[in-house]
Design a protein around this ligand. Structure first.
Ligand code: COA
Ligand code: MG
Length: 302
């Protein structure tokens, strides 16, 4: 997945619109973008919407439930697990224990709803609270469902009592840069996909593009979006370019042609084992993007 578009679950018009956005996944939100009084209706809409899309081509459907401390999570899961979304997104996760906790709740409902055990994945927003930040090294082996870690700069700023999270030039202030990097490291340590946080200024395409480029450079594989206009920018940035692919293939070919070689120079740069691994990972990711987007012309052909 490259792009994941948030859509408030109480807004049927936006849900329909989001289907045509080109996003790889929709995050149907039952949490912060839905008022407490609107949550029961939003659960019903989310469930109906997911069932209506069953078997149709289109984006993967993920539901962001309310956090485990809210008292709302069980009602969320009761409504949406039987509809079989692709994944449940857990906000304000605090380490592997919180994922296990959610996984247990999901397993019960899968069993009751005749859904195969473990069929529904978990994506954790892992660093929205200071407590969560200190648990970022605990996700390895937490659950066979856990597929990805995301980070969130908005809730974290609220937890820290900060005035804002970005500097005047648009870049993140130190606490968020640290947490962004730590989430990336936590995901890699646990063998999970890292997803970059949202860019809230949805009219600033250049700023979004720059942040996507920086995310991909550092190892994020996807970015979350809040507005349909952000989706094409994210998809393009997180699809490996033809030049990047060609270079990865050249690196692998150089080593394949010379078994026993440890290091080689390509275009004036030293290439050894870490570069080979990087090239292999890039091509593996391209295969994943391609298999999920057979009709997407932005994805380079095999
Ligand atoms: N998904 C689907 N459609 C969306 C959308 C979204 N996330 N965001 C905007 N749209 C639609 C609007 O409904 C509007 O449709 P219309 O032309 O048929 O009326 C169109 O795109 C243009 O929207 P625009 O006027 O530019 O923005 P807005 O002021 O209507 O909405 C937000 C701004 C921020 C409220 C809206 O983008 C949104 O709801 N984002 C998701 C918020 C969310 O889920 N947050 C939680 C995670 S951080
Ligand atoms: Mg939030």
């Amino acid at each position: 997945m490259r792009s994941l578009l948030f859509v408030p679950a109480d807004n049927e018009k936006k849900l329909e619109k989001a289907l045509a956005s080109g996003a790889d996944a929709l995050i149907i939100d039952l949490e912060d973008s839905v008022a407490l009084s609107a949550k029961p209706a939003a659960r019903a809409v989310a469930s109906r919407f997911i069932r209506a899309q069953a078997g149709r081509p289109g984006p993967r459907l993920i539901v962001r439930v309310n956090g485990l401390g809210t008292g709302e999570t069980d009602a969320d899961l009761d409504a949406i697990i039987p509809a079989m979304p692709h994944a449940v997104m857990l906000p304000k996760a605090e380490g592997g224990m919180s994922v296990q906790h959610l996984g247990a709740k999901m397993a019960v409902r899968e069993a009751e709803g005749d859904v195969a055990d473990g069929a529904i994945k978990i994506i954790a927003i892992a660093s929205e609270t200071a407590r969560g930040v200190f648990q970022l090294g605990t996700f390895a082996g937490a659950s066979h469902r856990l597929a990805a870690l995301a980070w969130g700069g908005e809730d974290l700023s609220a937890d820290l009592g900060a005035e804002r999270n970005r500097l005047d030039d648009g870049s993140y202030a130190d606490p968020y840069r640290l947490v962004r990097a730590m989430t990336l490291l936590g995901a890699a340590a646990a063998g999970l996909d890292p997803y970059d946080s949202v860019y809230t200024n949805f009219r600033d395409e250049a700023g979004l593009r720059a942040e996507c480029e920086a995310g991909r450079r550092d190892g994020f594989v996807a970015k979350m979006a809040i507005h349909p206009a952000q989706v094409p920018v994210i998809n393009e940035a997180f699809t490996p370019s033809a030049a990047t692919i060609a270079r990865a293939r050249a690196i692998l070919a150089a080593f394949a042609d010379n078994p026993g070689l440890g290091v080689v120079g390509i275009d004036g740069e030293m290439i050894d084992l870490p570069h080979v691994k990087r090239a292999e990972r890039l091509l593996a990711r391209l295969d994943l993007v391609r298999s999920a987007h057979l009709n997407d012309r932005t994805v380079p052909p095999a």
